[in-house]
Design a protein around this ligand. Structure first.
Ligand SMILES: C[S@@+](CC[C@H](N)C(=O)[O-])C[C@H]1O[C@@H](n2cnc3c(N)ncnc32)[C@H](O)[C@@H]1O
Length: 453
């Protein structure tokens, strides 16, 4: 992936247009450089670390124009706060927050800057979307009205398929207005054909609903024979669920958010529903505001190819951690992914690991004796177990000095669990390099290379 052509994004023409101060057609963009830094398993999924306009330009310049079948994006909504990652100590016992401020992303915008930001990205996304592809744009009451106008402008009002309401009943009280408990997901098609898997979009019957269809006719079809007015008529079970409404009730997954430490992570069930409804196995799914990588994880589970991008190194770490598990702990291993650094994306801050390697006959044991994280200086001296600040340990036993290829990923999902801290592997190639990567709970990393004797 060498040459760096200049990409022209074509502004929409002939449609009603939303205007703001400083609105401008996206200028021609030089495709940025990109470096592959990690590869997990064998496969062609892509996790891109970088600013997403640069990443989308890179994709346009490298053969992905009109190749994406499904896009889901969950951009910042202009919540007026800077989202910070929750930094909790791992391990048993009550969760303990520790002093380490890492900004997950800034979500304070003025309207003009926000609209220009989204306009440029939506145009690039339209250029990547296949003729029969679809795009889901996730937003809330703060920006839904503006984004709907922008989507009409970029994709065409006639391409709007749904305004989906994601209702998440949980806690909270609106004391000065009604309780705000839904997000809006705008669904648009790129052209006049699109994928919609009706059966896959159905809401499965609950056990109670299914239990009504007790009787079986001579052709093996299930039915129940009392309708709501009490007349005797046969109502057959014709489809595997109830209507694919545009109001979806899916609870927020608080346990997942706590385990990942990523407050904006969406429930896997939401993304699985979208991917099942609007793509086929093997299709290519893109999310360029990937956050904790929920879209990629759902696509991986459902056998779709995926590309995910985020500018925040902490998001890339959390997404990678989930994906390492999905790839390496799957038997047989499921399709792998590579991580690319796009343009001048800043690497994660560097920590320091204290590692001991012991060689014994045909085995090598790597023991981590301590770790100091760059954002955890205040917390470190008070820790009883250094493992309480570690989210993941990765080992590449045959490091080639260029691309890190973890074969072992120790990434406990639950917050209450700790990494093992000692790893024994076969001593295959004397003189080979072994690389170890440690990722801490506040987004720091240590990378250590050792030689096997
Ligand atoms: C609301 S979160 C997405 C959460 C995600 N849907 C999930 O389930 O975890 C928005 C994400 O967009 C990322 N982001 C914001 N601006 C970006 C940009 N210009 N390029 C790439 N990522 C960006 C933030 O770092 C953040 O992780």
């Amino acid at each position: 992936m060498g040459a760096t052509p200049v990409i022209h994004l074509s502004p929409p023409v002939g449609r009603a247009r939303l205007t703001w101060n400083g609105k401008q057609t996206p200028p021609p963009l030089a495709a940025p450089s990109a470096v592959e830094i990690e590869r997990c398993g064998a496969g062609d999924h892509l996790l891109l670390h970088g600013e997403n306009l640069a990443a989308l330009t890179w994709l346009l310049a490298h053969g992905y124009r009109q190749r994406i079948n499904l896009i889901y994006i969950d951009p910042p909504f202009g919540a007026g706060i800077d989202r910070t990652r929750r930094v909790r100590l791992r391990g048993p016992g009550p969760a303990r927050l520790i002093p380490a401020a890492e900004v997950e992303y800034r979500d304070t915008w003025d309207d003009d800057a926000y609209l220009q930001f989204m306009y440029e990205r939506l145009i690039a996304l339209r250029d990547l979307l296949a003729e029969d592809g679809c795009i889901y744009l996730h937003c809330d009451f703060r920006k839904a009205h503006h984004l709907r106008c922008l989507m009409d402008e970029v994709f065409g009002a006639e391409r709007m398929l749904n305004e989906i309401i994601w209702f998440y009943p949980r806690g909270g009280d609106g004391e000065r207005q009604f309780n705000r408990k839904h997000d809006t997901i705008l669904l648009y098609a790129r052209g006049d054909r699109w994928t919609f898997n009706y059966d896959a979009a159905l809401i499965p019957y609950t056990r109670r609903q299914l239990a009504r269809f007790r009787q079986e006719d001579e052709r093996g079809r299930y039915y129940w024979n009392v309708n709501p007015r009490g007349e005797r008529v046969k109502t057959y079970l014709r489809k595997p669920g109830i209507g694919a409404y545009d109001v979806w009730t899916i609870p927020i997954d608080a346990a997942l958010i706590r385990d990942l430490g990523y407050p904006t992570a969406k429930p896997l069930a939401l993304l699985e529903r979208i991917i099942r409804a609007s793509s086929q196995p093997g299709d290519l799914v893109l999310d360029c505001f990937a956050g904790a990588g929920t879209t990629a994880v759902a696509a991986q589970h459902l056998g779709r190819r995926w590309i995910a991008c985020d500018v925040n190194p902490g998001a890339i770490q959390v997404a990678s951690r989930r994906l390492h598990r999905a790839v390496l702990e799957h038997t047989p291993p499921s399709a792998g992914f590579s991580v690319w650094r796009i343009g001048d994306a800043a690497p994660a801050p560097q920590g320091e690991a204290h590692v001991r390697v012991t060689h014994c006959d045909d085995q090598v044991t790597i023991t981590i004796e301590g770790y100091t994280g760059p954002a955890l200086a205040a917390a470190s001296p008070t820790l009883l177990d250094w493992r309480s600040i570690i989210d993941e340990v990765l080992i590449d036993p045959m490091y080639d000095g260029v691309i890190f290829r973890p074969a072992i990923a120790d990434a406990p999902l639950r917050r209450t669990m700790l990494v093992r801290g000692a790893y024994t592997i076969p001593r295959v190639n004397i003189g080979a390099s072994l690389a170890l990567k440690i990722v801490d709970v506040a987004g720091g990393e240590a990378f250590t290379v050792m030689t096997i004797h």
